[in-house]
Design a protein around this ligand. Structure first.
Ligand SMILES: C[S@@+](CC[C@H](N)C(=O)[O-])C[C@H]1O[C@@H](n2cnc3c(N)ncnc32)[C@H](O)[C@@H]1O
Ligand code: SF4
Length: 394
């Protein structure tokens, strides 16, 4: 058990920041690999009606996170770049009314790189967005088609150029270990990507997610992905090439020049607090003792009706045990290159990390201590991160 003083010491706003996540749940088409909460609608979405519901749910969350200062806002999806700039502006204005805002607030938005969306970039900048993350996914037209994407490489490059004229901070995502991709093909694509990138890249290894079209095809033997040893080689190539380009990993799949890290994602990985609004959004708020985990109804129109009738779309609001909070802190923090502060684990969980397990992991070159006492997973340990976390959390 934890006493009052340690519990207040673990108040995250001082250590890891506070962010607001807004989920836009619609996409122009469903990609066959994607299991995010995204829905296709063949009728226009009533954006003004959604705006009112977002504003209402933001007010609900603000009442439960009083005293926090917003360091970052993230508009994620789905495809938030299907929102009209007026929709984005109304959501950001409401956030600014409800919480004090850090002077250097980061306001990120995920965008798909089609020409239609690029036309809205100036409007998003005017609405307050200051960082864009483009879902480029591949720098090869045949693979973009196989991934079900609606853009070509040329479209993505044009959208990236437009984004750069409006935003100082522009990142893009690629997916690797794609069907039939070889390590050498990935190396050459990655070199192109690091040349194109400004200061941040997200590089995700393809995962076959449950209940996706890719899973159906995979189970039917109609889709093959690289073997685990080939994927591991691709992960190593990713580290080599991004290190060479001066954009090393600061998290398992995220790479940046020092200082250009995505602050919003750092709030998650440093186990800060965040309000999550919109269909299927998750949040972590401070409860009287420990963290409160929130999640909202995933189905967009059901969420809308819930917010309209009862003021929020919450389907879950659970105060985490100290043990759960400690586990979450390890799961998130050990993804980071900066590692974790063991004292913060103790403050959150009321437990001390098992020294013997730490030593065993160090002996196996999975974990290392930094000069300031922080613990971090080695590059070798990152390959089996889940096992390392499970060992430390046990
Ligand atoms: C939820 S998507 C939202 C961004 C935007 N809608 C898009 O698709 O460009 C965020 C990122 O997750 C990654 N992603 C989604 N599903 C994935 C999967 N099954 N394996 C690896 N990466 C995935 C993609 O790189 C994508 O850009
Ligand atoms: S990957 Fe992006 S565009 Fe494709 S379905 Fe998922 S959220 Fe939508």
């Amino acid at each position: 058990m934890i006493d009052e003083s340690t519990s207040s010491k673990s108040k995250p706003s001082s250590e890891a920041g506070f962010g607001v996540y807004v989920h836009w749940p619609f996409c122009a088409a469903k990609c066959p690999y994607c299991d995010f909460n995204s829905h296709v609608r063949h009728q226009p979405v009533d954006q003004p009606r959604f705006v009112k519901a977002f504003q209402q749910e933001l007010r609900f969350m603000a009442e439960r996170s009083q005293g926090e200062m917003v360091q970052s806002i993230f508009l994620g999806g789905g495809t938030p770049s299907l929102m009209q700039p007026e929709t984005v502006g109304a959501i950001l204005d409401e956030i600014a009314k409800l919480w004090p805002m850090d002077k250097a607030v980061e306001i990120s938005m995920e965008a798909n790189p089609t020409s239609v969306e690029a036309e809205r970039f100036a409007g998003y900048r005017a609405a307050g967005v200051n960082r864009v993350s483009l879902g480029v996914q591949a720098l090869n037209d045949a693979d973009l088609k196989a991934l079900g994407r609606l853009h070509s490489v040329a479209d993505a490059q044009r959208a990236f150029d437009v984004a750069r004229t409006h935003f100082d901070r522009t990142s893009f995502d690629l997916i690797y270990a794609r069907p039939h991709q070889t390590p050498e093909q990935w190396r050459s694509e990655l070199r192109e990507a690091t040349t194109m990138a400004v200061d941040h890249l997200s590089l995700y290894q393809l995962t076959i997610e449950p209940e996706t079209q890719f899973e159906l095809l995979y189970k039917a033997g109609k889709l093959s992905v690289p073997d685990p040893d080939i994927s591991a080689a691709m992960f190593e190539i990713t580290q080599e090439e991004t290190d060479k380009a001066g954009m090393p990993a600061y998290e398992v799949s995220n790479h940046a020049r020092p200082g250009a890290e995505c602050r919003h994602n750092l709030v998650y990985w440093r186990y800060g607090l965040y309000a999550g609004v919109g269909p299927g959004a998750h949040g972590r708020l401070q409860g009287p003792q420990s963290r409160i985990a929130t999640s909202t109804e995933k189905h967009p129109e059901r969420w809308l009706e819930m917010v309209e009738t009862r003021g929020n779309g919450l389907i879950e609001k659970e105060e985490l045990s100290f043990e759960q909070a400690g586990d979450e802190f390890l799961i998130m923090g050990l993804r980071l290159r900066e590692g974790i502060n063991p004292a913060r684990y103790t403050a959150l969980s009321g437990r001390v990390i098992n020294e013997k397990r730490v030593q065993d992991l160090k002996d196996n070159a999975m974990l290392e201590s930094l000069p300031d006492g922080r613990l971090r997973v080695t590059p070798q340990g990152l390959m089996v991160l889940d096992a390392v976390v499970a060992d430390l959390a046990a």
